[in-house]
Design a protein. Structure first.
Length: 217
């Protein structure tokens, strides 16, 4: 196990280092196998310093799970924001980001799978999961509403929520496919499938442009 080089860091940076070290150890040893001692060694700190930031391993695991969920959610949301003001482009880039690296990643999937059993038994894990899920779903609803309005379609909030849930389920399935068996797909396969499937759910409205699923125009 490699040790991170020592350097002076601020409070926020040191805490982030510990969360990163926690994720590294979970990836290597599993949820139960990762110990506070291993995490401290990976981060290049003492166990006593860890107690300055976290009350114990359970709180470290909660922070690490929050990091995984936020990374998955905000990557796609940031992609939509970076796309500019065009509703089609924003929704297009959001969908593509969800079925592309770094979201599609075997390590991220293994970390998520290690954590997910805690959601049913740990109230804080459940809260983190629900909070990030609703944030993601809300962002998708906003993108869908704007895209449909730009195409002359109005949709009731409850119908928009149903559509967002359906698209999220589709994205989740393709995320699993790409993370577990990415070697079976070329670079364009999953984005193409995702866009075509979302377009079908949208009643045939097109997200992809003349240059294909990853068009930049």
């Amino acid at each position: 196990m490699s040790r991170r080089p020592f350097h002076r860091a601020g409070e926020a940076e040191r805490r982030q280092d510990l969360i990163t070290a926690t994720l590294d150890c979970i990836s290597e040893y599993g949820l139960q196998g990762a110990t506070v001692r291993q995490i401290a060694a990976r981060a290049g700190v003492t166990g006593g310093l860890i107690r300055h930031y976290f009350t114990g391993k359970e709180q470290m695991l909660q922070a690490a799970y929050r990091e995984v969920m936020m990374t998955i959610g905000t990557t796609a949301i940031n992609a939509a924001e970076a796309a500019g003001s065009d509703p089609r482009r924003r929704l297009h880039d959001f969908v593509i980001a969800n079925v592309s690296p770094p979201i599609i990643d075997p390590r991220t999937l293994s970390l998520w799978a290690a954590f997910i059993s805690h959601v049913r038994v740990d109230p804080e894990f459940a809260r983190i999961h629900r909070e990030n899920y609703l944030t993601f779903l809300g962002s998708l609803e906003e993108l869908l509403s704007a895209f449909l309005a730009a195409n002359g379609r109005t949709i009731a909030p409850e119908e928009c929520r149903k559509l967002a849930i359906a698209i999220n389920g589709l994205i989740d399935g393709l995320w699993l496919e790409g993370s577990l068996a990415g070697d079976l797909f070329d670079d364009q396969a999953l984005p193409r499938i995702a866009l075509e499937s979302v377009e079908s759910l949208l009643g045939g409205l097109k997200l992809s442009g003349p240059d294909g699923p990853n068009d930049t125009k």
